[in-house]
Design a protein around this ligand. Structure first.
Ligand code: GUN
Ligand code: ZN
Length: 431
C-alpha cells in the first residue's frame, strides 16, 4: 500500500503534562508531518524533510490545521444516543425516567444495530476514533456495537451492562446469567480485530453482592480484560449505596470486596471520594473517567481532576453520553476547563488535549497503540481546523502562540472544527 503523508501542525507529548511541566513535555511543530504505512504511524517529524525522504508517498496537506491523535472517549453509553439532552432530572430519576425505558429497546437487534451505527458515525464526525461504551443487559446490544465498530475498523471497548436489581424487571439479569453471558461475549469479542471487552457491572445499586462477586470471579479468570463501572457520582446515590451495602467501608469498597478493584478498572465520575478510596485507586493503578458535561448536566458536582492526578490516579476524559450533553471531546475539554475554574484549578490547553487523547488511552491501558502521534501507534488521527467558525477565526487571528491559537477551538469548537479523520490509516471523513 502507498505511504500516506499528512502535512500540517503537529502536536505530540513526551510525558504527562498533568504531572510534569507541560511546556517541557509538549512538542508542537507548525510545519510537521505524519507518515502512515499499513494502518500505522511510522514517522512524525518535519513535514518537508519527510516529503523529501518519502517522495512516493501520497501527500495530504492540511495547511495550518492541527494534526492530532484521534480523540479517545473513556466512558460513554451508546444505547443512550437517542435520549441525549433529556430534561429536568438528576441521576436516579433520570435513569428511571429516560434511560431504562430507552435501554429496554436493545433486545431488538435491528434497533441496536441502527443506534450503534449512528453513534459511531457521530463519534467519527466529532473526531473521536475510540469509544469506551456501556451496552445494555442484552447480549444483542453488545454484538451490535462490536459489529458496527468492526465494520469501521475502530478500536473500541465495550461490555454487557449487568443489573440484577433496582432497575426494571425487563432489564434484570441474574448473578449467574450476567456471568455466563459476559463470559460468552468476552470470548467472542475480546481481542477480535480491534475490540476489547470490558466486564461491566452498571453500578453497585443495580447489582446484588452476589452479582458483583460473580463478575469479580470472571475478571479474575480474565485479568487481561478491562472492567468499567460508576463510582461516587451523586450525593443521594452514595447514601443509597451505604444503605444497600451496610458493611462496606465506602463506595469503592463495594467493588473491592467483590474482586472489582484492579489496575484495569475504569471508574466513571469519582467526584466524592474519601481519602481511603483515592489511596486505593492510586495504589492499584486504577483509572477514573472524568465526565464533565455529564457532571454539570445531571447536576452531579465538580470532580477534583488535578487532585486525583497528583495523588497518582490515572485520569481519562469522557463524554458519558447521553448523561453527558455532547459527543464533542472539544466541548468536553471546555467543560473540564470550566469545572477546573470553579474549583480554582486552571487547566492548560496542553493538559486538556492530552486528557482527551493520551490520558484516556492510558486509562484504557492502550497507550502507545492509540491516543498519540507516535511511531508504532495506529494511524487514528483527527485534523482540527483552528478557525472553524467566524468567532473562533477572529479570536485565533489574535494569537501570538500556538496554545493561544488552539484554546479558542477547545472552548468554542465542535464537529465543525473536525476537518478530517483517519482510522487505522484510512481516510474516513473529509469536507
Ligand atoms: N450511574 C449508573 N448508570 C449510569 C448512567 O447510565 N449514566 C450516568 N451518568 N451515571 C450512571
Ligand atoms: Zn456513565
Amino acid at each position: 500500500m502507498t505511504d500516506q503523508l499528512l502535512l500540517g501542525q503537529t502536536l505530540h507529548f513526551s510525558g504527562d503534562p498533568l504531572r510534569e511541566d507541560w511546556l517541557a513535555v509538549s512538542h508542537q511543530n507548525s510545519s510537521g508531518g505524519v507518515l502512515i504505512r499499513d494502518g500505522q504511524i511510522v514517522e512524525v517529524g518535519d513535514g518537508e524533510a519527510l516529503r523529501a525522504a518519502h517522495p512516493n508517498s501520497q501527500v495530504t496537506n492540511y495547511g495550518d490545521a492541527l494534526i492530532t491523535a484521534g480523540f479517545v472517549d473513556a466512558h460513554m453509553h451508546y444505547p443512550q444516543t437517542r435520549m441525549i439532552a433529556s430534561w429536568g432530572k438528576q441521576l436516579i430519576d433520570w435513569l428511571n425516567t429516560y434511560t431504562f425505558p430507552e435501554e429496554s429497546r436493545f433486545g431488538d437487534r435491528n434497533y441496536a444495530d441502527a443506534v450503534a451505527a449512528d453513534t459511531l458515525d457521530l463519534a467519527l464526525a466529532h473526531g473521536t476514533t475510540t469509544l469506551t461504551s456501556f451496552c445494555t443487559i442484552h447480549p444483542e446490544s453488545v454484538d451490535a456495537f462490536f459489529s458496527a465498530a468492526a465494520a469501521r475498523n475502530m478500536a473500541v471497548v465495550a461490555g454487557k451492562t449487568c443489573m440484577d436489581r433496582n432497575a426494571r424487571d425487563d432489564l434484570h439479569d441474574t448473578a449467574q446469567s450476567a456471568y455466563d453471558e459476559s463470559k460468552a461475549l468476552l470470548k467472542k469479542w475480546h481481542g477480535t480485530g480491534r475490540a476489547q471487552y470490558a466486564i461491566t457491572p452498571r453500578f453497585s445499586p443495580t447489582s446484588t453482592p452476589e452479582q458483583l462477586s460473580a463478575l469479580g470471579a470472571l475478571w479474575a479468570e480474565h485479568p487481561d480484560c478491562l472492567m468499567q463501572t460508576h463510582l461516587s457520582e451523586q450525593v443521594p446515590e452514595i447514601a443509597w449505596v451505604e444503605e444497600l451495602y451496610p458493611g462496606a467501608r465506602d463506595y469503592l469498597d463495594t467493588y473491592e470486596a467483590h474482586g472489582l478493584l484492579g489496575a484495569k478498572g475504569i471508574y466513571g465520575h469519582a467526584i466524592y471520594l474519601k481519602p481511603r478510596e483515592i489511596e486505593r485507586l492510586a495504589e492499584v493503578g486504577a483509572a477514573i473517567a472524568h465526565c464533565p458535561t455529564s457532571n454539570t448536566f445531571i447536576g452531579s458536582g465538580l470532580c477534583d481532576v488535578i487532585g486525583l492526578a497528583r495523588a497518582g490516579v490515572t485520569v481519562g476524559l469522557a463524554t458519558d453520553t447521553g448523561g453527558g450533553s455532547s459527543f464533542s471531546m472539544l466541548r468536553t475539554m471546555a467543560a473540564a476547563y470550566e469545572i477546573g475554574q470553579l474549583r480554582g484549578d486552571v487547566l492548560h490547553a496542553s493538559q486538556l488535549i492530552w486528557l482527551a487523547t493520551e490520558g484516556s488511552a492510558r486509562a484504557l491501558h492502550m497507550q502507545g497503540q492509540i491516543g498519540s502521534l507516535t511511531p508504532g501507534a495506529a494511524a487514528d488521527v483527527a485534523i482540527i481546523d483552528l478557525a472553524s467558525t467566524p468567532v473562533i477565526a477572529q479570536r485565533a487571528a489574535q494569537a501570538e502562540t500556538f496554545w493561544d491559537q488552539l484554546f479558542p477551538t477547545i472552548m468554542m469548537g465542535d464537529d465543525r472544527a473536525i476537518k478530517d479523520v483517519w482510522v487505522a490509516g484510512r481516510r474516513v471523513r473529509s469536507d
